[in-house]
Design a protein around this ligand. Structure first.
Ligand SMILES: [Zn+2]
Length: 298
């Protein structure tokens, strides 16, 4: 038996669906591997793994709401809790990446015995930026409601996009701090949704177990949507692999470095020491020797 294949049997993927003749659109994702990848890149504590993992799952699904292959979604949380903030970006093809401002926050469990994401994040704002290649990106900013992320996104969709939504996100961290389960769903009501559709959805959602419980019981993203959209004739439209993917390279970092002031570059050259710059998203270190820095001076 090949252990590796067995261990990696379930790759992260997302499903997109509609229900009730198109009056509900739905997304669900399993994102264990991208969350584990983020944990390893950033050396995240369990509560930060849960916080960033929830935002990564949301990013994968919200990225897929965009149409163009060049479109880029950014989710930024800026907050006053010990985590200080989180950043996730995603494209429409399942490439997601992210980082926490502070990776090693350690907090006691909350009253329900769960990782206390709400306290780690605290109060602040959620900003959603959609860059669709137009002159100005679309930017929506809302106040964080609980810092638990799913509620904050639900509020964002309702108040900034006028789309009634239900968002569920969950990350289960194992005793060795690795990621055991991660994933979530987004359901959205389209304007044509009738009262009976809304009533059925409310009924389905009211009895819902936490996302991590459903994933732990072995429910796939398809199963999640079947349960959430029970009685509403769910139709799965597509299934797409999703993964943590960082497109950084020395050339890209060099281009960013060339954007700093000539004065700062000159002082780096004068220091006579090579410098090292780390990619925020994947922590890959790129070093530039004095010759390379000199060449960047105009
Ligand atoms: Zn990178």
């Amino acid at each position: 038996m090949n252990q590796q294949i067995k261990k990696d049997a379930v790759k992260d993927y997302m499903v997109r669906a509609t229900a009730a003749e198109g009056s509900v659109r739905a997304f669900a994702v399993t994102s264990v591997q991208m969350t584990e990848q983020a944990r390893l890149y950033h050396h995240m504590s369990p509560v930060i793994s849960a916080a960033l993992g929830r935002l990564l799952a949301a990013g994968a699904m919200m990225g897929a709401m965009m149409k163009g292959s060049e479109d880029l979604l950014t989710l930024q949380i800026m907050s006053d809790g010990p985590a200080k903030g989180l950043v996730v970006t995603a494209d429409a093809s399942g490439h997601v990446k992210g980082y926490p401002k502070v990776a090693d926050v350690d907090l006691p469990a909350n009253a329900m015995g769960k990782l206390d994401v709400g306290t780690a994040v605290g109060g602040g704002i959620l900003r959603v930026i959609r860059d669709m290649g137009l002159k100005e990106p679309y930017i929506g900013t809302t106040q964080l409601q609980t810092g638990e992320i799913a509620e904050d996104l639900t509020y964002y969709f309702a108040s900034s996009e006028q789309t009634p939504s239900s968002v569920g996100l969950g990350v289960l961290v194992d005793t060795d701090c690795s990621i055991r389960q991660a994933g979530g769903f987004i359901l959205q009501l389209m304007p044509q949704a009738g009262d009976e559709v809304i009533a059925q959805l409310e009924k389905n959602i009211s009895g819902l177990r936490p996302v991590t419980d459903m994933l732990e019981q072995g429910l796939t993203p398809e199963n999640l949507l079947e349960e959430l959209l029970k009685g509403l004739h769910v139709e799965i439209i597509d299934r797409m692999p999703v993964a943590f993917a960082c497109g950084c390279s020395k050339e890209r970092v060099q281009r960013a470095l060339a954007g700093i002031s000539q004065k700062d570059l000159q002082s780096m050259v004068d220091d006579g020491e090579p410098i090292e710059i780390k990619c925020q998203f994947c922590n890959t270190a790129y070093s530039f020797d004095v010759e390379e820095l000199k060449n960047m001076l105009k």
